[in-house]
Design a protein around this ligand. Sequence first.
Ligand code: ZN
Length: 152
Amino acid sequence: MKMEDLRELYQQVILDHNKNPKNFKKIEAATHESEGYNPLCGDKIHLYLLVRDDKIEDIGFEGSGCAISKASASVMTTEVKGKRVEEAKALFEKFKRLLMGENGNQPDLAELGRLAVFSGVRDYPVRIKCAALAWHALVAALENRRDAVSTE
Ligand code: ZN
């Protein structure tokens, strides 16, 4: 896939997931929860996880924020649902490297799947925190950190 195609796909994914976010729900029986806040943009997320036998059986989020934070949260939930806790954390490490451009200019699409489109935020550095917020909240929830996570 060419970078231009990836940019186009980026716009599409952001629009689609912002309009119809996946797993936008509260989970009453959540085993893990966290709050995330990105003061730079005002994005807020409340994340719910249902973890059983070290596996993320269900995940949901609520909150308000810009299109990128919401779309990223939506895509993140679809990617980590059904994964083992360690797999989800490893995926965040890969996603972080993608956002920072540390993988070089060509993201590894085979490895990152739909997450690869978020390489588009590199064109807008202030948006990197918006895209990363849900993931920070995910790790905080998995590690049972009670304080609200902030991207600052
Ligand atoms: Zn934002």
